[in-house]
Unconditional design. Structure first.
Length: 149
């Protein structure tokens, strides 16, 4: 599975840790930046191109990092086909995959340790969408909203 990583200065250090971790887990990791720590960078500059790639390749996943995760999720959700969520626990990541078929997870570097982030990412990447009728019905409604936007 291809995994797109994106982070601003706030998430840069944690992104680097996750990039190393994911490279040992047989994922095709694509680092969309930041490629250097720059306190003046802006998260949309990295999240938007990564979200476009996830939206174009629905079999891929995105892991976006900033200080809160909120900005990363907001940018991701501007792209058709992207369902981005902020997750601070493995349970939230699992629920987002099983129920919402989320394809981007946004993580907060302010609240997560590297170990917690690795556990959340592993859960997110390993959990399949349930495909239950009620969840499919809800996703179809989201797709209809996207088409109308």
């Amino acid at each position: 599975m291809r995994v797109y990583l994106a982070a601003d200065h706030g998430g840069f250090s944690l992104k680097e840790v996750l990039k190393t971790y994911l490279s040992t887990q047989s994922y095709d990791v694509v680092d969309e930046g930041a490629h250097a720590l720059d306190p003046a960078d802006d998260y949309p500059d990295f999240m938007y191109p990564a979200a476009q790639k996830v939206g174009a390749d629905l079999d891929s996943r995105g892991i976006f990092l900033c200080r809160s995760g909120a900005g990363a999720a907001i940018v991701g959700n501007k792209v058709k086909g992207v369902r981005a969520v902020v997750a601070r626990t493995k349970e939230e990541a699992k629920h987002a995959r099983e129920h919402n078929d989320a394809n981007v997870i946004a993580l907060s570097s302010d609240v997560l340790t590297a170990e917690e982030a690795q556990d959340i990412v592993a859960t997110f990447l390993e959990t399949p969408f349930s495909g239950e009728e009620r969840h499919l019905r809800r996703l179809k409604k989201i797709l209809k909203i996207e088409g109308a936007a």
